[in-house]
Design a protein around this ligand. Structure first.
Ligand code: SF4
Length: 369
């Protein structure tokens, strides 16, 4: 197994005496862990971190998405043994049963890892009255982390953590705007955002500040009418970002789950985690994995295309991700009605670096715009 930044980061944190909890994507309660003195690492986009799926293949079918397969591969690896716990919620059908699979895998290796979980009700809250249930789940989560790590919750520290994460989100929005203006490549922007998930938020902020500072010194490109929006669970692999840019396309906005859907809206600044996360999940940017937000997704994408003056949409399909594939035909149809072309690309676990077959389609799409 090839692991790099992620395990290096965890190792360094452990050497400094921190406890590190690996959080399943998509949108975990990172502020809460941080406020309790635990470093949350979100296990997003591990394609450069986990190259071999051998370990994962012993536990997960080959027809699961690469996000889940790499996540399992990492947690069950020797590097994953550095983690002090795992935090997850019911993000999608694939991730829903992962804790049991991972726990069985850990048992086989004689390892034990605290598992923290919440259940986010996926039905529209206004219709089901699930607020009390959700609030009880958040309180239980706080108690679980307190007891596992012998720490005590503080509303003041929680509010400080929320503010720190909001500062990070705001810098990510700023860097996205600089990428849209052609002052930093979308590939580099994506790398800064992705690597940030493996860092404590304080270091994430420093990395983003530096990237913003450097990009701000670069002259903006003229609007050449070749702006596109990228959507999907993960951003395009670096080779696809390069192919998009080589074809003259500029990413002027994104609706990617690990990018704008994650940082696009600040969390409510309150010392009460129930109020904060009720608002966070209820009013989250529309995402296929938060079923009650789905109705707003088409409008959100149309608004983004209009606001950024984009000419087309590129969908980065994560192979076997039913959540996204169920919606794309309808989204494509609504875009056709607006005369906005879309290009649907599929990325499988083993073709992150092999994009030659996609290059011609990207170039043909660029010709269309
Ligand atoms: S890629 Fe899709 S199926 Fe896989 S973990 Fe993410 S949301 Fe779930």
């Amino acid at each position: 197994m090839f692991v790099s930044k992620l395990s290096d980061s965890i190792r360094q944190l452990k050497q400094k005496g921190f406890r590190v909890v690996g959080c399943f994507p998509l949108y975990p309660t990172v502020e809460l862990l941080h406020s309790l003195g635990v470093i949350p690492i979100v296990l997003w986009d591990l394609k450069d971190q986990v190259r071999s799926l051998e370990e994962s293949d012993c536990h997960i079918q080959g027809f699961a998405c690469s996000v889940a397969r790499r996540l399992a591969g990492f947690v069950l690896s020797d590097e994953g043994a550095l983690l002090d716990g795992i935090l997850m919620y019911n993000a999608c059908d694939t991730l829903r049963n992962m804790p049991e699979i991972i726990q069985l895998g850990l048992e086989e290796k004689g390892r034990d890892l605290p598992l923290f979980r919440i259940h986010v009700p996926m039905a529209p809250r206004d219709q089901t009255g699930s607020d009390d249930y959700f609030a009880a789940g958040i309180r239980e989560l706080v108690r679980g982390i307190e007891s596992a790590f012998d720490v005590r919750f503080s509303p003041e520290r929680f509010l400080e953590s929320v503010k720190l994460y909001n500062a990070m989100r705001s810098l990510a929005v700023e860097l996205e705007a600089l990428a849209a203006a052609g002052r930093v490549s979308y590939g580099l922007f994506s790398r800064v955002i992705r690597d940030g998930y493996f860092l404590p938020v304080e270091e994430q902020i420093l990395a983003l500040e530096e990237a913003v500072r450097q990009a701000s010194s670069v002259k903006a490109r003229d609007d050449d009418g070749r702006g596109i929006i990228v959507t999907g669970i993960l951003p395009p692999p670096e080779a696809v970002c390069a192919a998009l840019e080589h074809a003259g396309l500029r990413v002027v906005g994104n609706d990617v789950a690990s990018q704008a859907r994650s940082y696009g809206r600040p969390a409510a600044e309150t010392g009460d985690p129930v109020a904060c996360y009720s608002d966070f999940y209820r009013n989250h940017m529309p995402c296929t994995t938060l079923l009650y937000t789905s109705d707003g997704r088409v409008r959100a994408i149309h608004d983004l295309i209009r606001e950024r003056n984009a000419r087309g949409l590129v969908f980065i399909g994560e192979k076997f991700c039913d959540c996204e594939y169920l919606e794309m035909p309808f989204i494509g149809k609504t875009l056709s009605a607006l005369d906005v072309p879309d290009l649907q690309l599929e990325i499988a676990a083993d073709d992150a670096d092999n994009v030659e077959s996609l290059r011609t389609r990207i170039e043909a799409f660029a010709e269309l715009l």
